[in-house]
Design a protein. Structure first.
Length: 277
């Protein structure tokens, strides 16, 4: 896949304890991406970084403090994931005896806004361990390669959102919602329904029947529909080439993606893009 996003700079730190990289790209559906690491220092605080239209995702590696947002004071600690929706007045302060060490991501995109709404994630503190994905993204700060794959960034952001949603809302209480959560996490992956059934300890027929009874659609139809909805968002909000969208969503090739998209929507991807502009 062609590399579509350019790391334009490693910025002089936002403050003395932060290292930041900035990413942008004409074809990238998520614009103005800042990825940063915050090291412990005395008297640290943060608020409304850079632009209010950006979403902020943070992961606390160590330390304690508070998030103040929407007239609420929310304690934060090591292992917490913080989500701050765009256009939110907020501030973060630390316990001086336990200073904060964090990884954070700031970005703007209709695509991400849609995901947050779909998964019902509001500004708040979530006791969800997303350390693996945040460290994946933080590794780009010091990368010697000036280009970073769209897939790598999009995949990790998607996993942070879906994992936080699935654990926060205790979807494990409903077998159908367990299956749905698993399917939602596979938007960018190749998948086989039988493997999902094996992972969940269900027979293929039980998984299919349970899901269809709850959502009136088969698991296979659901994941294809979800991929097509993501494709619509990418086509309308970015200049990403159709073949790259096909690659990102793990279709066999551009031609099969075009066939499925046209079959599902009644219009080709290229014509959909023209009409959505």
């Amino acid at each position: 896949m062609k590399k579509d996003i350019l790391k334009t700079a490693i910025l002089s730190t936002f403050s003395e304890n932060e290292t930041i990289a900035y990413f942008s790209g004409e074809h990238f559906p998520i614009s103005n991406i800042y990825i940063g690491e915050t090291s412990p220092v005395p008297n640290y605080s943060a608020d409304e970084r850079f632009f209010s239209r950006h979403h902020v995702f943070e992961y606390v590696l160590s330390g304690e403090g508070n998030l103040v947002a929407n007239n609420k004071i929310l304690p934060i600690k090591a292992g917490d994931t913080i989500i701050i929706r765009s256009n939110t007045n907020y501030s973060i302060t630390q316990n001086e005896l336990k200073p904060l060490k964090k990884i954070w991501i700031m970005l703007s995109a209709t695509y991400v806004t849609t995901m947050l709404e779909k998964f019902h994630l509001t500004t708040g503190v979530y006791n969800i361990n997303n350390e693996f994905n945040f460290k994946n993204l933080a590794s780009l700060i010091k990368s010697s390669d000036d280009n970073s794959l769209l897939f790598f960034i999009a995949e990790n952001i998607h996993e942070i959102i879906t994992r936080t949603s699935s654990l926060n809302f205790k979807l494990f209480q409903s077998p159908a919602m367990i299956i749905k959560s698993k399917l939602d996490s596979l938007v960018y992956e190749k998948y086989q329904i039988k493997n999902i059934a094996e992972d969940l300890g269900l027979s293929l027929s039980t998984l299919t029947r349970t899901f269809k009874q709850a959502f009136n659609v088969t698991p296979g139809q659901y994941i294809i529909d979800t991929k097509i909805n993501v494709a619509k968002s990418l086509l309308s909000s970015s200049k990403l080439p159709i073949k790259n969208i096909s690659y990102l969503l793990n279709f066999t090739d551009e031609y099969y993606f075009t066939y499925i998209f046209t079959k599902k929507t009644g219009i080709s991807p290229s014509n959909f893009r023209k009409q959505s502009r």
